[in-house]
Design a protein around this ligand. Structure first.
Ligand code: HEC
Length: 190
C-alpha cells in the first residue's frame, strides 16, 4: 500500500554507530566536546546489557527496524487540516511564517508503536486505525489503498502494527503473543 515508502522497515547503522560516547562528536557548541572530559563509551550491542538487543550482521551493519525514513512529509490535506500545527515552531516567534503554521512532520517510527500511543505528533488519536485513516497529502494514495481493503485485511494491517512493540528485557522472540512468548507461526528476522 506504499506505507513502506515513508515507514522504511529497516535502516542500516554502520561505522560502529552503535557505540554511544559522551562527550559525543555531534554535541553542539556550549556542551562538552570530545577531549573536554574523559570519554564514556557504551557498546549498545553488548550482551552485558539487557536483551533483546540488535546485533551487527556478518557485514558489520546493525539493521534498525525503525519503520521510518527520518524525513519530513506533509501528510495533511492543507493548512486547515485539523492535524496541521497552528504555529511553525521552527520559525522565529512572532514572524509571519511562525503564524503561518506547519504541515511537514517527521515520519513517526513504527518500532514500538503498539505500546507508544496516543498517536501522531499531537497525540489526539487513541487507536492506530484512526492514525492511519488521518493520512492525507503525500500519503493520500496510501490511505486510499488501506480504505479499499476488505475489513479482514484492514484488521490484518492493524494486527501487524500491534506486533511492533518494544519488548521487556529477557524476551527471547521478536514477534510475541500477549504473554511475550513466541507468537505461533511467526518467524524471527535474522
Ligand atoms: C508520505 C509518507 C507516509 C506514508 C506513505 C505513510 N505514512 Fe504513516 N506517518 C507519516 C508521518 C509523517 C506520520 C507522523 C504524523 C504526525 O506526527 O502527525 C505518520 C504516522 C503514522 C502512524 C502513527 C504513529 C505514532 O506513533 O503516532 C501510524 C500508525 C502510521 N503512520 C501508519 C501508516 C500506515 C499503516 C501507512 C500505509 C497505509 C502509512 N502510515 C503511510 C508518513 C507516512
Amino acid at each position: 500500500m506504499g506505507c513502506a515508502a515513508c515507514h522504511i522497515p529497516r535502516l542500516p547503522l554502520t561505522n560502529q554507530g552503535w557505540i554511544f560516547t559522551e562527550p559525543n562528536p555531534y554535541n553542539p557548541s556550549g556542551n562538552l566536546r570530545l577531549g573536554d572530559a574523559p570519554t564514556l563509551r557504551v557498546d549498545l550491542t553488548s550482551h552485558e546489557l539487557p536483551p533483546p538487543r540488535l546485533k551487527p550482521d556478518a557485514h558489520g551493519v546493525v539493521w534498525v527496524p525503525a519503520f521510518s525514513d527520518l524525513k519530513l512529509h506533509d501528510i495533511t490535506a492543507g493548512p486547515n487540516d485539523p492535524n496541521a500545527e497552528a504555529l511553525d515552531q521552527n520559525q522565529p516567534a512572532t514572524s509571519s511564517k511562525f503564524f503561518a503554521g506547519n504541515t511537514r512532520l517527521l515520519t513517526r517510527k513504527l518500532w514500538g508503536v503498539a505500546n507508544s500511543g496516543p498517536f501522531m505528533h499531537h497525540g489526539k488519536f487513541t487507536t492506530m486505525r484512526e492514525a492511519v485513516l488521518a493520512h492525507a497529502g503525500e500519503a493520500f494514495s496510501s490511505r486510499q489503498a488501506f480504505e479499499v481493503l476488505p475489513a479482514y485485511e484492514k484488521d490484518c494491517v492493524i494486527e501487524f502494527l500491534k506486533t511492533l512493540q518494544v519488548l521487556p528485557p529477557g524476551t527471547r522472540s521478536l514477534v510475541v503473543n500477549q504473554d511475550f512468548e513466541k507468537k505461533e507461526g511467526s518467524h524471527d528476522p535474522d
